[in-house]
Design a protein around this ligand. Sequence first.
Ligand SMILES: O=C(O)CCC(=O)C(=O)O
Length: 224
Amino acid sequence: MVTTFKEQFDLQGYVVLPQLFSQEEIRMLKEEARAVLDRIGMNKVGVYVGMSIASGMFKTAAAKPELVAALKEIIGDSVIFLSDKIVYKNASTDFGSPWHQDYPYWEGSHKFSVWIALDDAAPANGCLRVVPGSHLLGAVSHGGDASDGLGFDNRLGRDEIDESQVADLHATKGDAIIFHDLLFHSSYRNTSGHDRWALISTYKDGTLEDPDYPWALAAFTVSG
Ligand SMILES: O=C(O)CCC(=O)C(=O)O
């Protein structure tokens, strides 16, 4: 029987932490995210990297003790936060993220991302989709067509996804999903006209050497 976070994570490549953040914490994070994005000018790409550089509230959220405890169980005693981003979809920015693994973007040691729901998320407004256990396939070649202007230069081809194995991860705001950088994942388009904002924070094992990542300017040790 699978019981611990670590066992679930090793088997599926992801684990859900229900209601990691309270409704009030999420309300404040979304309000702060909106203020940051208004300040820098919201873009149509729907992604902004570096929330914890822009705002101390996000740096504090990245080191939330309950989250760090779960990450330590999965990663080990030394956990480094690298960077975070807001991925926002709304009535006019309604993209779906194509199928991919995160590993080809970063390489080096494996990374662990935490997808935090700032809005309830379901298929109609762009929830996350995963192929449970796909992290066990290792790094897969990403030669998928990226000519639609959505970014995501590394993509899996459609024929690499067995739709019968896909899990749609409905989420309630405040839920967090920790996932491995080899997990096949994507998200639906947001066809609802309602917001679907998520905060994604990325971590690594601090005992492992890595390249210098230019996007990890706010890196700090969260494990004490
Ligand atoms: O929240 C989403 O739409 C998925 C984003 C994603 O897959 C990523 O940034 O790697």
